[in-house]
Design a binder for this molecule. Structure first.
Ligand SMILES: O=C(O)CCC(=O)C(=O)O
Length: 283
């Protein structure tokens, strides 16, 4: 069935209509084309580092907000969270400082191109490794989804360096190329430590084995950890319950879409046959 005739028939389960819809996304085809090299690097190596995406003012603002929120943030209570780590969960409910990072045009274009369709923000967390923190267990963020491997990419992680990442301060470590390894793969060999200046972002396929490094310094390593997933998957953080509706109303349209207040695959997330994103335009 051609797209036009499928639209006319009103059959929401038609796969041509679904695919036309899911490729619309927040970025334009030109924007996705412009990031083809980054997308290729992600597919090949499982990660890519982009430097200089945050200007000094934004970096200072995000850092100051993390410091403010830290005062009411407890240390981790499991080895995985890190006993010397402060995690600011549900970041979007607590500050506007990370919005520009979440909806950064190049990152959104890369994630949409790599995940081949509409994306949503799965989680947004501030992660600060205090001096003396030990290495986190290596893990794969997409293991939450019980689909057989090999599988198409489901998750793109974005770790923004608010402090420069060094090999000493707990910069994220990863096993290059491990994103395509089978389900029973056990990571072997020493992981690579990501070193990047403050204001850079590490993008990685959620199938990549990675973890926080060891912080042998007496300084903090602050990062903002964003996870994007295909819009047809369940988000890690329940944005509908964890972010007050009043806050959602105050956000930009792209942010609302990223939080899941728009439909995916035509009618996933619909309300009374309508796309709820229109509520905000009408309010
Ligand atoms: O802090 C980092 O560098 C990585 C953290 C991480 O991968 C996680 O907590 O899932």
């Amino acid at each position: 069935m051609h797209e036009s005739s499928a639209r006319k028939s009103g059959n929401p389960f038609d796969i041509q209509v679904r695919d036309a819809q899911r490729r619309k996304g927040l970025s334009s085809p030109d924007e996705r084309q412009a990031v083809a090299a980054d997308v290729a690097a992600l597919g090949r190596d499982g990660y890519v580092v982009l430097e200089g995406l945050l200007d000094a003012d934004t970096l200072a603002e995000v850092g100051a907000e993390m410091d403010r929120l830290h005062r009411s943030t407890p240390l981790g209570i499991t080895d995985f969270e890190g006993f010397q780590t402060k995690r600011i969960y549900n970041l979007i409910a607590k500050t506007r400082a990370a919005d520009a990072l979440c909806s950064q045009a190049r990152i959104v274009a890369i994630a949409e191109a790599y995940l081949d369709g509409q994306i949503q923000l799965s989680s947004a967390t501030g992660i600060t490794l205090l001096g003396g923190e030990s290495a986190q267990d290596l893990h794969r963020d997409d293991s939450l989804y019980p689909l057989p491997r090999p599988r198409p990419p489901l998750v793109v992680g974005a770790l923004w360096a608010i402090d420069a990442y060094t090999a000493q301060n707990g910069g994220t470590v990863l096993i290059p190329g491990s994103h395509t390894a089978p389900e029973d793969h056990v990571p072997d060999g020493p992981p690579v430590s990501i070193v990047m200046p403050a204001g850079s972002v590490l993008l990685f396929d959620g199938g990549m084995w990675h973890g926080g490094g060891t912080n042998t310094t007496d300084r903090e390593r602050r990062a903002i950890s964003l996870s994007y997933c295909c819009a047809w998957l369940r988000q890690q953080e329940n944005a509908y319950l964890s972010i007050p509706l009043e806050t959602v109303r105050s956000l930009s349209r792209p942010m609302r879409c990223l939080l899941g207040y728009t439909t995916a695959s035509i009618m996933l997330g619909q309300v009374e046959r309508r796309n709820p994103i229109h509520w905000f335009d009408e309010a």
